[in-house]
Design a binder for this molecule. Structure first.
Ligand code: UN1
Length: 510
């Protein structure tokens, strides 16, 4: 094994022991309780991040509340200017932050850099948005009245994010929330806490350079109990949570019980329908990257291929041959395509799923298994299984590189199979037939939040609203008009006449 140059840790201000609770808490380590960051790349302990105590949490919320009172008075385009500077700082640290993402969570370096690029792109989007937080004007039914709506900042936005996109998902939420005039409290995944500290360190510099309170965006760390402090807190009007459906159901119930708002990005079970007219080059690239990218740990990962019977053998054999070419290993080595899973528990889940496939009568087209001698116990072989459309295993989201192949005869049947799972995030059709693609995109087509034509299921651009239906949770974040969730809408009617006519034609005279 090569000795990796770890200068990127210094560049991002990461030490062996890190503050896990930002803003005014700097230098206040919690000596009793730490989140350890262990790299799945080489099994090394990268560093420790102190857990946030309930007392420290109170301080963070107090500072966030104070910061909000100021931040909401800063004009939105000025807030955009601060986000622009954050984007500039990200450009400067793109290489280092991409390496940290790759080293701490195990995705390929290309994808680590790509993730930072998504952050830079959402900053640019948010800067433009900061001058476009428009409401509508309506015609009043009463004479000499004007009616319009405006959007005001909401308050503290709690962001709970997952390990698989340890920096980008926070930025989609935070950069939009910041231009909207909100303040942010972020709890990153316990599996990638250093990514959170690195982003906070970059923010702290931008805030200091502009003489702004760091508490406009802050960090808390720890396990789900720290997340619960946020979800139960009536001072946090919006919780944006990304992770498993199980986690999302718990968050949704807790937030709903206090009538807070939640934005949920949960599991996916994404399929590509491959029709008779599909272009095989597009199929191979789209399916391969979708299934093995991030080692199958994207919520948008391609998990099912629903293939027309006339193309089935061809797709299966070409894909199997392509899997044979995959290079699996250290993700920081740019010649590798696939890195490790996040931890040994994920490997166990992956192995159990393969057992489950065999037990239900599925056959392996490309065998899976654990790979030894690659730096840690987290490397596995991406695999392909042939199953029937009613396979129980293929209805579950296993966060690992397992691709299910199934056959169809008619498009209606393919759409029905695609929609038959509990999740509803991303979907795609490969076709040159206009009738097929329009049918797939129609009200009777895909039931997912994302429906693509001649593109795979993963790698959505930041400009669109990102999210899905059913067990995916219904939230939309990132581009389009997703910003509206981060603000409170106010409808105002103004009477500039000398009479007070009542609406609905009611007369009320003494
Ligand atoms: C996720 O896996 O939680 O569409 C987000 C994609 C990425 C984002 C995935 N832009 O694959």
């Amino acid at each position: 094994t090569t000795i990796m140059n770890k200068d990127f840790l210094n560049e991002l201000g990461l030490a062996d022991d890190n503050d896990g609770t930002s803003t005014g808490q700097r230098g206040m380590h919690n000596p009793d309780d730490h989140v350890k960051s262990t790299s799945p790349v080489d099994g090394a302990l990268i560093g420790r991040v102190s857990s946030t105590t309930p007392g420290q949490y109170e301080d963070v919320i107090a500072q966030a509340s104070d910061a909000f009172l100021y931040w909401r008075t800063v004009p939105a385009p000025r807030r955009g200017e601060i986000v622009r500077q954050y984007g500039e700082a990200l450009r400067k640290h793109k290489d280092a932050l991409g390496r940290l993402v790759s080293y701490e969570m195990g995705k390929s370096l290309q994808e680590g850099w790509g993730e930072v690029q998504e952050m830079i792109d959402i900053c640019d989007f948010a800067v433009g948005l900061s001058r476009q937080l428009h409401g509508l004007t309506m015609h009043s039914e009463r004479p000499m009245h004007r009616m319009y709506e405006q959007y005001h900042p909401l308050g503290i936005v709690g962001v709970i994010s997952a390990f698989n996109f340890p920096v980008a998902v926070w930025s989609w939420n935070a950069m939009i929330a910041l231009v909207c005039g909100d303040v942010v409290v972020w709890k990153p995944s316990e599996k990638s806490p250093l990514c959170g500290v690195a982003c906070q360190n970059i923010w702290a510099k931008v805030a200091a350079a502009n003489e702004l309170p760091e508490g406009i965006s802050s960090l808390v760390n720890g396990d789900y109990t720290v997340g619960q402090l946020l979800t139960r807190d009536t001072r946090v009007p919006l919780i944006s949570a990304t992770g498993s459906t199980r986690m999302g159901k718990a968050v949704a119930q807790t937030v709903a019980a206090r009538l807070g708002k939640s934005l949920l990005e949960l599991g996916g079970n994404n399929a590509i329908i491959i029709t008779p007219s599909a272009d095989m080059d597009l199929v191979l690239t789209g399916a391969l990257f979708g299934a093995v990218g991030t080692c199958g740990q994207r919520c948008t990962s391609t998990r099912r291929l629903i293939v027309h019977e006339d193309r089935y053998e061809e797709v299966r054999d070409k894909l199997a041959a392509a899997y044979g070419q995959l290079r699996i290993g250290d993700p920081l080595d740019e010649t590798n395509h696939v890195g490790p899973l996040i931890d040994e528990a994920a490997v166990e889940t992956y192995l159990q799923a393969i057992e489950g496939i065999k037990a239900e009568g599925g056959t392996m087209v490309v065998e899976g298994g654990k790979l030894d001698g690659l730096g840690s116990n987290c490397y596995v072989r991406p695999c392909i299984a042939e199953v029937t459309p009613d396979s129980p295993m293929a209805r579950q989201e296993t966060f690992a590189p397992i691709l299910y192949l199934m056959k169809y005869s008619y498009l209606d049947e393919a759409i029905e199979i695609q929609n038959s799972v509990p999740q509803g995030l991303s979907s795609a059709i490969m076709t040159a037939d206009l009738r097929e693609s329009e049918r797939f995109l129609s009200a009777t087509g895909s039931d997912c939040g994302i429906a693509n034509v001649n593109i795979g299921t993963s790698g959505a651009e930041i400009g669109g609203a990102f999210g899905g239906e059913k067990e995916t949770g219904g939230g939309r974040e990132s581009g389009s008009d997703a910003w509206k969730v981060y603000m409170r809408r106010q409808t105002s009617t103004i009477n500039y006449g000398r009479d007070l006519p009542l609406a609905q034609g009611i007369s009320f005279n003494l």
